[in-house]
Ligand binder design. Structure first.
Ligand code: 13P
Length: 321
């Protein structure tokens, strides 16, 4: 039995070996979001943004999916793979943005606007997905909204992403929800101005969950996977990254000749950081915590996600990064 309270380098290497052994024994795959800790990125079979991870979950042949991210992501993997076991190593890893909407409140909004279609950001519960017409992620939200025939759209729960989409799709009338990501909200206009001043040669790339005044200062706005693509393709050698700082590890690793800065040291999502090597090993060893989706919402939530994947494609590459 390992002592899971240790945190030294040798211990981490031992844990990695143990995880690799358990993964083979269990026929499991480890799917990791770009915001996870550095050492979790290192054990990933697939890492990427929400869309890439949903696709990876659809395409895997493994029997068990260990989802290193937050609850709604693992829940989506389970909805798309009802025959597989999906494990969330730390069951408390939630998403405050997803918690800013309830099924009852969404139903009330739908009654207010009965002619509107409902687009839900994947950062939402299975219940909310079941009440929506189609899902979207930050990388396909514009495409998804454009694909809808209704003029009026209730967009939940992220108001910043919704506002960003509205600016690209003026022909639609988007009804925003009062939700936001507390981590991205911590990045202020002042931080962005200061970072631009400190790194005058750098391009500023921001996630669409940021405040509108921050997005106005950005050279490029995209999902976390979009940040990898942009940084790789750009001639620029220096970037300010306006999103959760866990992404910096792989951005630096994949682009050794380039520099990446965080505009503030506050861009940390505590929920994303809950997953440690110890918890992944424990999860694989004890097959915990199994993500279960209530039967009454499973099918409807699945068609909401499938509709998104039908529009934006289901396939993924082995390492979406
Ligand atoms: P991405 O889909 O861009 O990775 O964003 C996920 C997320 O939850 C941002 O807070």
């Amino acid at each position: 039995m390992m002592d899971y309270s240790r945190d030294d380098k040798l211990y981490k290497e031992d844990l990695k070996k143990k995880i690799i052994r358990l993964k083979a024994k269990r026929n499991a795959v480890i799917i990791v979001h770009n915001y996870q800790r550095d050492e979790i990125q290192e054990i990933a079979d697939y890492s990427g943004d929400s869309l890439g991870l949903a696709r990876a979950a659809v395409n895997t042949k493994a029997e068990i999916i260990v989802f290193c991210g937050v609850h709604f992501m693992a829940e989506s993997a389970s909805i798309l793979n009802p025959e597989k076991i999906v494990l969330l190593p730390v069951k408390e890893a939630g998403c405050p943005l997803a918690d800013m909407i309830t099924v009852a409140k969404l139903r009330a909004k739908k009654e207010e606007f009965p002619e509107a279609a409902v687009v839900c950001y994947v950062n939402s519960s299975a219940g909310v997905k079941a009440e929506s017409d189609i899902a979207c992620t930050s990388s396909n939200a514009i495409e998804v909204v454009r694909s809808i025939k209704e003029k009026r759209i209730i967009f939940v729960p992220d108001k910043n992403l919704g506002r960003y989409v509205q600016s690209h799709v003026p022909e639609k009338e988007i009804i925003l929800w009062e939700g936001y990501c507390p981590t991205h909200l911590r990045l202020t206009e002042e931080d962005a101005v200061k970072a631009r001043r400190n790194f005058p040669g750098a391009e500023f790339i921001a996630h669409p969950e940021c405040r509108p005044e921050v997005l106005k200062l950005a050279d490029h706005i995209c999902s976390t996977k979009g940040m990898f693509d942009y940084a790789k393709a750009a001639d620029t050698k220096e970037f300010i990254i306006g999103t959760e700082s866990g992404i910096l590890y792989n951005l630096r690793k994949k682009n050794p000749g380039k520099k990446f800065h965080t505009p503030t040291t506050h861009l940390l999502c505590a929920n994303m950081k809950l997953t440690t090597l110890g918890w992944v090993a424990y999860s694989l060893e004890n097959l915990v915590h199994k993500v279960k989706v209530a039967d009454c919402v499973k099918e409807k939530a699945r068609s909401t996600l499938e509709r998104m994947l039908d529009i934006t494609g289901k396939t993924t590459t082995k390492h979406p990064l």
